[in-house]
Write a protein that binds this ligand. Sequence first.
Ligand SMILES: Nc1ncnc2c1ncn2[C@@H]1O[C@H](COP(=O)(O)OP(=O)(O)OP(=O)(O)O)[C@@H](O)[C@H]1O
Length: 581
Amino acid sequence: MNNIRSTLATVWRIASPYFNSEDKWAGRGLLAAVIAIELAIVGINVLITQWNNRFYNALQERNWDSFVSEIIYFCVVVAFFILLAVYQLYLNQWLQIRWRQWMTTHYLGDWLHQANHYRMQLQGDAADNPDQRMTDDVKLFVDRTLTLGLGLLSSVVTLASFLTLLWGLSNEAPLHLFGTEYSIPGYLVWCALIYSVLGTVLTHLIGWPLVGIDFKQQQYEADFRFNLVRVRENSEQIALLQGEPAERERLRVRFGRVVENWIALMNRTKKITAFTASYNQASVIFPYVLVAPAYFAQKIQLGGMMQTASAFSNVQGAFSYFVSIYRQLAEWQAVVNRLDGFEAGIAAASNLAKRDDRIHVTATPGDGAVSLENLVLRLPDGTPLLNADRFGFRKGERTLMTGPSGAGKSTLFRAIAGIWPFGDGAVEIPANASLMMLPQRPYLPIGSLHDAVVYPGEARQFDAGRVREVLTAVGLPQLASRLEEQAHWNRMLSLGEQQRLGIARALLHAPQFLFLDEATASLDEPAEAALYRLIAERLPGTTVVSIGHRSTLDTFHQRNVTLVRDGDRFILRDAVKVAAS
Ligand SMILES: Nc1ncnc2c1ncn2[C@@H]1O[C@H](COP(=O)(O)OP(=O)(O)OP(=O)(O)O)[C@@H](O)[C@H]1O
């Protein structure tokens, strides 16, 4: 019971924001229309049940005129039914896409809010495969919530509409057993209730493991898909390393999990289907068995029996709603759990950026240096990595940072960029200063070359002539004429070309602070030197901090900083300058 209550509370938490959002009037209007149509459909079912009585009596009495008028009546009612059914589906789908659009936009906004997506990864597997949660899960949630909610509403209304009818019919067709008449008020209602409660309890006993199995199925499917995408993204390396057998094996194992879980799903579904199918078939004849003795004892007409059977099956169907939707309910609960986990993952990532014991990135007045104040960098498990007490990168100065692999150079850049929360102390950045980080492999979005170069800016911010000029300056004249070409540039260009493109990006954006994390390491020394000269010439006021291992880089920096071990961690130390430009 507590489980049901907490699931419903979670559903309410996930579903209600849309109906209070800026799109609330459209959402509420569509929902109201869909509900109204559902109620009208229940009303039509009541009319059809009453029609059953008149129609079968007309047949039994061989009354041609009533037969014809009942056929016409049926056609008119059914025409309304068709109209309502069509519009219910249409409006339902309309509501689904609006709701889904709102949820997806909302999730995208939160996920891509200030590096939440990155912090979620840092926290481990709390919310695996966010892509699946924002696609399949949101779609299924919206679809199932509407289907199950409307189904429940329809069952309750059906129950209310048919209950009094069936109660009355119980008196008209009293219970006949072995030639004796028993007068039990509303016995048909009680029979429907007992029959349904039994069915519901048994369904739950057989079907409850489905929730967990469904959850795992969706997870394994997403995992398999994600690994396929990784192979596609790294296909060149896999081909060069002849890693296909290893990949095949990895994918086989991943898909093996899909199959294994699917078999568990099949077995459980088989059991539940065997039960629900028997239950549903038994439901067809059960009302006839109950009222047939009264019919054969000539207490009721054929029409009365048919109407009773129809009313009984409506009431029993409503009571047994849970049985009929058990499979969907299990799937829905798995989806609700997954979206709940996703929301919790985003909340935890965002809390990580707000908690007190984190690295604080603060804006300071003026346009001076980026300063590190009592900074301690830690790994996610709390292990100390690097200490930097009162250290600054002065305005306009070019600093080369060196140190052993794994010392924490890139992590220091992450902390300065404000995306590494683990540690203490502060990074002070001049208010409104522009920072740019360039890694070894710059990210180039799939699309036009113009978009890729100016990222994260927009193409219209930089006219084509300027982009072409910068591309030529960084040694990519052959790309200058291909600005409108669409491609997967990270795959198409050599690493050296990608690094040149990264420098072109920096020249266009002209940040006040430029952090180069081995951003030219794939180029030969003369090419690297040419790019550093270009940076010095075009961005004279920019503070440059480079991570690099080549001694030739020394010439282009005024200051050397090295990371040296000090006990269990590294510290930053100004090195004696060997050569200066
Ligand atoms: N997300 C993470 N989770 C756990 N440990 C991490 C994570 N990111 C980095 N580390 C660890 O932090 C340490 C510092 O990594 P970092 O990339 O900053 O080193 P680096 O000095 O830039 O090395 P290199 O010169 O090889 O690039 C490494 O031991 C690395 O394994």
